[in-house]
Design a protein around this ligand. Structure first.
Ligand SMILES: Cc1ncc(C[n+]2csc(CCOP(=O)(O)OP(=O)(O)O)c2C)c(N)n1
Ligand SMILES: [Mg+2]
Length: 560
């Protein structure tokens, strides 16, 4: 059991309604903000109990905020979202499905239809329909079952593979009285690690390998294993790359960093991975995705994951370790450390030099794009200017689906943990805004940025008003190219004949009308001053949208 984790007091109260009891349990679970969309009596009960409800403009954004909130706390504090039956529950599907795909631990509390109607067509039943996108999904049918159901849900969400859990409350149940005595104890977080012989075998494989590459996933964030990852990499003198979700688990300015993976990646990742004789995936699922790296068929695969269901799933592994990434890494360090010469293996310097040499070649190709001043400018110029303008260590950034993801991830050099929210196991346009909002709530001291395209803002843009109303001062960076540029190659006929990839709008005007500070930027030399003004405004507590008028960029740092 997590030592620093207070089990919390036991509640023993006089009678209260189910809705009030849920609010009390949320408090015992450490919840102080409830992301929500009406109607749901939990919102009123939460507010009475001292929890801040945050009302969004559509369910998806509330779920995205809860998702980022959990990520930023490494799953120790959990983002919770509630909505109404019927339209609310139906409309929330995308947000839950995205959190499931990304393995984000959130608690979702839909109201359901009354028990009389819940099983009757065509009423939407969450406990039936959400089963494929949740780790556990239950409906409470009696007030007496409330505490056991929430105990199960919070235990599931805090342990093992992080993923959404759901508890549905029929509308008529929420106002019923909870029988006495009523007691609840905070769900524990239990860490588990691999057995000794599997650690010894893994250590042997790592020591034997001539050209190992460490591939770190977001399990490092959830286990807070950043330091252990670095120690093992330095001990082995092995280069490190990450998945998109794992970006910022390892400092990308470290001499052993290859940069992050994804559909677009760095030349260093490409070169080292294609020549690796062993890949050690840690805190990752090795899930096949168009937005992740493919593992070289010639390499032996060693896989450490918190979920045994990932072992041998998409990638055949030679050996697997199941457990919390920090426990795995610490066990490996303990096993490997004494077996190495204290002077080191003599590999690190050569590897670092090779990484630098390849980086130089790679950046010689890309630097012109990152600094280009032609008119209109490319999104890469904005990314280059943004990196030079912000304090990267004090920034949390996320991309969106479409061009921004693949334009940003190879070039944004993370230097501190949890400074990048990477995603791509599902790629719903409009996810990034809610992530930035949730991150800013969790980390008000950081500059929180979402970078998106003009198709993405079409999905969730009205939630800029949520940022204004709830005083969540993020910096939103929009690339407006009047186009779904990433779709162009699929529609050589339809994009010309019927202009199916053309879209339009003045999003700076839209954001201003919702109460944000905004600017539309058309000249390359105006980018940095606009960014500086925008950052200043966020410090004054005002959410900002900067709309950059860019080319229809389709070039990406991809390798065959
Ligand atoms: C909800 C959803 N529907 C469809 C897609 C498929 N899709 C991926 S990128 C994209 C267009 C993105 O356009 P924009 O945001 O303007 O970025 P750009 O391609 O111009 O860089 C589409 C339709 C998606 N990712 N999400
Ligand atoms: Mg676009």
């Amino acid at each position: 059991m997590d030592g620093g984790h207070c089990p919390g007091p036991v509640l023993d109260c006089v009678s209260m309604t189910v809705a009030d009891a849920v609010a009390r349990i949320l408090i015992l679970e450490g919840v102080d903000v409830l992301f929500a969309y009406p109607l749901n009596p939990l919102i009123e009960s939460a507010s009475k109990a001292g929890i801040r409800p945050i009302i969004v403009r559509q369910e998806r954004t509330g779920l995205h905020m809860a998702d980022a909130f959990s990520r930023m706390h490494s799953g120790e504090r959990i983002g919770v979202f509630c909505m109404q039956n019927g339209p609310g529950a139906e409309n929330a599907f995308g947000g839950v499905a995205q959190a499931y795909a990304e393995s984000s631990p959130i608690v979702v509390l839909p109201m359901g239809h009354s028990r009389e109607w819940a099983q009757v067509q065509p009423n939407f039943n969450s406990s039936l329909n959400y089963r494929q996108v949740t780790k556990s999904c239950e409906q409470v049918t009696l007030p007496a079952h409330l505490t056991a159901t929430l105990r199960r849900a919070f235990t599931q969400v805090r342990n093992g593979r992080p993923r959404p859990v759901m508890v549905e409350f029929p509308s008529d149940l929420l106002n019923e009285e909870v029988p006495e005595p009523f007691s609840y104890q905070r769900a524990p977080r239990i860490r588990y690690g691999p057995d000794g012989p599997s650690v010894a075998r893994a250590a042997e494989m790592l020591l034997q390998a001539e050209r190992p590459v460490i591939y770190a996933g977001q399990g490092i964030h959830y286990a807070k294993a950043w330091q252990a990852l670095r120690e093992l990499a330095e001990l082995l003198e092995a280069p490190v790359t990450t998945s998109l979700g794992g970006k910022s688990t390892f400092p990308e300015n470290h001499p052993l960093s290859l940069g992050s993976g994804g559909r677009s990646t760095t030349r260093m990742v490409h070169e080292f991975l294609s020549q690796a004789d062993l890949v050690f995936g840690v805190g990752c699922s090795f899930t096949s995705t168009p937005f992740g790296l493919s593992m070289p068929s010639s390499a032996r695969i060693l896989h450490a994951t918190v979920d045994s269901a990932d072992i041998n799933k998409d990638v055949a592994v030679e050996h697997g370790l199941v457990g919390d990434a920090r426990l795995v890494l610490e066990a490996l360090i303990e096993e490997i450390g004494p077996r190495l010469n204290p002077e080191g293996r003599g590999r690190g310097e050569g590897i670092a030099q090779r990484i630098q040499a390849i980086r130089k070649e790679w950046m010689a190709v890309w630097r012109p794009k990152l600094t280009a001043s032609h008119q209109p400018f490319t999104p890469y110029r904005v990314i280059g200017d943004l990196m030079r303008t912000v304090d990267v260590a004090e920034t949390i950034i996320t991309h969106d689906s479409g061009g921004p993801r693949d334009q940003l991830s190879p070039f944004w050099e993370c230097v501190s943990p949890l400074s990048y929210i990477g995603w791509g196991k599902s790629t719903q346009l409009g996810y990034g805004l809610g992530l930035a909002l949730g991150a800013k709530l969790a980390r008000p001291d950081k500059l929180c940025i979402n970078l998106w395209g003009d198709a993405a803002i079409g999905f969730t843009g009205t939630d800029l008003e949520t940022a204004v109303r709830e005083k969540i001062p993020i910096l939103s960076i929009l690339f407006n190219n009047f186009c779904m540029a990433t779709e162009l190659m699929f529609y050589p006929t339809a994009s010309v004949k019927h202009r199916i990839t053309d879209i339009s709008g003045n999003y700076a005007d839209m954001a201003r009308s919702l109460g944000c500070y905004s600017e539309r930027v058309e000249m390359a030399e105006a980018i940095v001053p606009a960014l500086e003004r925008g950052i200043r405004k966020t410090r004054e507590g005002v959410p900002v949208l900067l709309e950059f008028m860019t080319t229809q960029e389709t070039d990406m740092s991809v390798f065959p």
